[in-house]
Design a protein around this ligand. Sequence first.
Ligand SMILES: [Zn+2]
Length: 117
Amino acid sequence: MKAPEPPPEYDDLKCHDMPMPNAVYYSSKQQQPMTSSQNAQVTAVFQVLPYVGRESTTLVCPACKATVSTQVRYTNCTFTYMMSLFLFGIPLCFNAFKDACHYCPKCNAFIGTHKRM
Ligand SMILES: [Zn+2]
């Protein structure tokens, strides 16, 4: 009764797999930059209001006619509350689930909203 011999290549393989002592391991994933340009393309068109995305947009304020970078405030919307039902209220804490309301930083006029729905 002879047990099958272990394959001789095993030791060789082990040698080759030795990690290099200076190898650098990246523990964290690279963060992807948050670009709004992509998902901003899929927005419903508002008749009069200027087109705004989810981020601050540079445009001419319809009220004071100044070229401004809009001030964005995120507000809860129907989408936020609907998602909250499924996600146990988590969306209420994240701007990604909210409407982005744009205001003029100079005259504080409401400029437009980027709707989630
Ligand atoms: Zn203004």
